[in-house]
Ligand binder design. Sequence first.
Ligand SMILES: *[C@@H]1O[C@H](CO)[C@@H](O)[C@H](O)[C@H]1NC(C)=O
Ligand SMILES: *[C@@H]1O[C@H](CO)[C@@H](O)[C@H](O)[C@H]1NC(C)=O
Ligand SMILES: *[C@@H]1O[C@H](CO)[C@@H](O)[C@H](O)[C@H]1NC(C)=O
Ligand SMILES: *[C@@H]1O[C@H](CO)[C@@H](O)[C@H](O)[C@H]1NC(C)=O
Ligand SMILES: *[C@@H]1O[C@H](CO)[C@@H](O)[C@H](O)[C@H]1NC(C)=O
Ligand SMILES: *[C@@H]1O[C@H](CO)[C@@H](O)[C@H](O)[C@H]1NC(C)=O
Ligand SMILES: *[C@@H]1O[C@H](CO)[C@@H](O)[C@H](O)[C@H]1NC(C)=O
Ligand SMILES: *[C@@H]1O[C@H](CO)[C@@H](O)[C@H](O)[C@H]1NC(C)=O
Ligand SMILES: *[C@@H]1O[C@H](CO)[C@@H](O)[C@H](O)[C@H]1NC(C)=O
Length: 705
Amino acid sequence: MAELAASFCLLSCVVVLCLSSVSAVTDDGQHKQVYVVYMGSLPSRLEYTPMSHHMSILQEVTGESSIEGRLVRSYKRKMEGVVSVFPSKKLQIHWTASWNFMGLKEGNNTKRNLAVESDTIIGVIDTGIWPESESFSDKGFGPPPKKWKGVCSGGKNFTCNNKLIGARDYTSEGARDNHGHGTHTASTAAGNAVANTSFFGIGNGTVRGGVPASRIAAYKVCTEDGCTSDAILSAFDDAIADGVDLISVSLGGSPDRYEEDTLSIGAFHAMTKGILTVHSAGNSGPDPAMIGSVAPWILTVAASTTNRAFITKIVLKNGSTLVGKSVNSFDMKGKNYPLVYGDYAEKKKEILVSVYSSSSDIAVATITRDRQGFAAVCPRPLSALSMMTLTLLPLTLTPQSNKQSSLFLILFLDSPSLSHPQGTLLKTEAIFNQKAPTVGSFSSRGPNTIAVDLLKPDITAPGIEILAAYSPDAEPSRDDTRHVKYSVLSGTSMSCPHAAGVAAYIKTFHPEWSPSMIQSAIMTTAWPMNASETGYASTEFAYGAGHVDPIAALNPGLVYELVKADHIAFLCGLNYTSETLKLISGEAVTCSGTVLPRNLNYPSMSAKIPASNSSFTVNFKRTVTNLGTPNSTYKSKIVLNHGSKLKVKVTPSVLSMKSMNEKQSFTVTVSGSDLDSELPSSANLIWSDGTHNVRSPIVVYTYEL
Ligand SMILES: *[C@@H]1O[C@H](CO)[C@@H](O)[C@H](O)[C@H]1NC(C)=O
Ligand SMILES: *[C@@H]1O[C@H](CO)[C@@H](O)[C@H](O)[C@H]1NC(C)=O
Ligand SMILES: *[C@@H]1O[C@H](CO)[C@@H](O)[C@H](O)[C@H]1NC(C)=O
Ligand SMILES: *[C@@H]1O[C@H](CO)[C@@H](O)[C@H](O)[C@H]1NC(C)=O
Ligand SMILES: *[C@@H]1O[C@H](CO)[C@@H](O)[C@H](O)[C@H]1NC(C)=O
Ligand SMILES: *[C@@H]1O[C@H](CO)[C@@H](O)[C@H](O)[C@H]1NC(C)=O
Ligand SMILES: *[C@@H]1O[C@H](CO)[C@@H](O)[C@H](O)[C@H]1NC(C)=O
Ligand SMILES: *[C@@H]1O[C@H](CO)[C@@H](O)[C@H](O)[C@H]1NC(C)=O
Ligand SMILES: *[C@@H]1O[C@H](CO)[C@@H](O)[C@H](O)[C@H]1NC(C)=O
C-alpha cells in the first residue's frame, strides 16, 4: 500500500518535458542556458515550495547540479499537474564517447606504447566475430606477434588477417557472428578507430577500441540458444595455449560455486598462466545478491553511464511530450499513431504501450514497429533481459522522472475523455549527461553469495548506450530487418570489454605485471563513486571500487598482489575439499592451516557480520608491494562514507618503503555496532605518499538472502 500512496502523490506532480529553442541573453550580453518552467496548479494537500520544486525539476531534467539564476520565470497554468520545462535554446551537446569520457583521448593526446600494443593479443570469448568489419581491418598491421600459436579455424568463408589473427568455433556454426554481440565486444576492447560511424545518424563520431593497435582472437562459444559450459572451458584452455595476453568474456549466469562454473575454472587456469580474465557482472540488477561473477581471480565489471546519453521523446497528440530512454532511428514524420496497451505479437501500425512492475516499480513503455518499418520493440523489462538479448530498444521513461512520466502515460491512455489516444515518437537524440557515471539498474549487484567476504563487482565501466561494430547479419533489434555495421547496445557485456581494453592498455606499459597487479592498479585508482540513492542498489555492491581510470591505473604506487597459492588458501578458507580444489586448479592440492577468506590480499575489504551481533570487530590483513618511487612514505587515511559510523584503525598507520617491489603488511581493524540491516556500512582506506592515492573500499554488511 505504501507504493500506491507514493504513486498517487506522483500522479499529481507529473513532469512533462518539452525542449524548445527559445533564445535568451543575459545581462552581460552572453548567451546562457536559461529555462522556463510551466507549472500546473498543484494539489493543495501536498506541501510544496514551488520555486525550489521547480529548481529540483530543472536539476533532474538538465542533470546540472547548479542551476541557480537560470530559472527565469515560473508560470501558473490551468492544466492540472502538468509541468513543462523549456531550455532557452537548443541544448549544447558536449558529450564525448566512452574512451574520451575515461580520459583515453583520440590520437596523439593519449600516451601509447604502440610497439608493445601491437604485440598484445586480446582473446574474446563470445558469439564470434564479423571479420570484414572495418573495425578489424588489418591496414597498417604487420604479421602476428611471434608468440602467437593460435589458428584461424572459423569455418567456411571465414578469413583472419593481421588484426583478427585467430578464430575458433565451438558451436559448429562457424566463428562468423550472426548475433552482433561478439563483434560489438571485440571492437570495444581492441577495434580500430573508424571515423564517421553511427547507428542511422545516432551517436555519430569515431568508434574505437581501448587498444586499437592490439590483435584480436575470437572464440565462439555462444549461439542464439546460449553458451555451453564445455565450450567455455575449451575456449579458455585454447586461448591460453594460443598465447593471448588477456581474456574478455561477456557472458554468464546466476552465481555458482567455483567448481561448478567453467568460467571460473577457465579463468583460474588463465590466472596461473599470467593472463587476466575480465568478466561482465551480469544484467540481473538491481536486486541484491544476483551477481554471477564471484571469483577473486577475475576482474568483475559493472556497467555505468557516460556523459553522452540518448533520449527519445513521445509527443502525445494533445501536445504533451514525454521523454524516455530508447534508441529509435525511425522518423515517423510527426504522424500520430494510436497508443494502445497490449501484447507485441498482436499489434501492428500502432504505438504499443506495455507496463510492467519490477521491484522498483518502474513502468516501461515499449513501442512496436509497424511491419512497414517504424519503431522497434523489446517487450521485456530491461532487468529481465538475458545476456543474449541485449539488442534492446524499449522506451523506458527517463530515470529521474520515469515514475511520473510512466504514470502520466498510463493516465493519458486511461483518460475517459480520450477514446482514441494517439501520439508520435521522435528520433533519438544525444544529450549531455552531467550525472555520469551512474550504474545502470540492470547491472548485477552484490553481495557475493559464494564468498560472502569478497566484494563484487570490482569496478564499473561504460556499458550504457555504447556504439560499436555489429554483425550485418543480425537484426539491430527484434523484427528489425535492416542491416547495420554499427549498433548501440547496453549491458555489462559492453562494460566488460571497456575494462579489458583498459587492462590491455596497462599491460602495454607494464608487460611484466601479473593479473593481480593489473586488477589492483585498476581498482585502487578508480574514480570514487557515491551512493546516488538509498538501498543496496546504489552502494559498493553496485560499483565496487568505483569507475575505471585508465591513465591513473598506469601508476598506482602500491599494489595488492595475489599468486595461485593465495587463491588456493582462500578456497581452503571457504572449506573446499581436495576434490573440489582439484576440479578448479587441475592439480592435487591439500589445504594447510586455516586462512580466513577476508584475509585474501584483495584490493577491497568486505565482511559479512552475523545479523545477531549488536557489536562486532573484524580484522583484515593485507600486504602492499611498492611500485611507485623506491624511497617513499605512505600514510593511511580513513574516509567514512555518508552515514557510516564504523571505527577503523590501521596498524601500522605509516609504511616506509625503501626500494621498488618492497612488500609491507598491515592490519585494518573495523568495529562498530548496530549495523543497518538494509544497508552496508562503508569507508575507504587511502594510502598516500603525496603523489599516489591507493584507495580500497571497506564494506561491512549483514544482508541475509
Ligand atoms: C600525431 O603524431 C604523428 C606522428 O608523430 C604526427 O605526424 C601528427 O602530426 C600528430 N598529430 C597531431 C594532431 O598532433
Ligand atoms: C562470405 O560471407 C560474406 C559475408 O556474409 C558474404 O558476403 C559472401 O558472399 C560469402 N562468400 C561466400 C563464397 O559464401
Ligand atoms: C563523414 O561522412 C560525411 C558524409 O558521408 C562526409 O562528408 C565526411 O567527409 C566524412 N568524414 C570523414 C572524417 O570521413
Ligand atoms: C554528427 O552529425 C551532425 C549532424 O549531421 C553533425 O553536425 C556533427 O558534426 C556530426 N558529429 C560528428 C562527430 O561527426
Ligand atoms: C494531454 O492529455 C493528458 C491525459 O488526458 C492530460 O493529462 C494532459 O494535461 C494533456 N496535455 C495537454 C497539453 O493538453
Ligand atoms: C555523497 O553523497 C552525500 C549525500 O548523499 C553527499 O553529502 C556527499 O558530498 C557525496 N560525496 C561525493 C564525493 O559526492
Ligand atoms: C568452514 O568450516 C569451519 C569449521 O567447520 C567453520 O567454522 C566455517 O564457518 C566454515 N567456513 C565457511 C566459509 O563455510
Ligand atoms: C559476534 O558475536 C560473538 C559473540 O559475542 C563474538 O564471539 C563474535 O566475535 C562476533 N562477531 C564479530 C564479527 O564481531
Ligand atoms: C630516503 O629518504 C630518506 C628520508 O627522506 C633520506 O634520508 C634518504 O637519504 C633517502 N634514501 C635514498 C636512497 O634516496
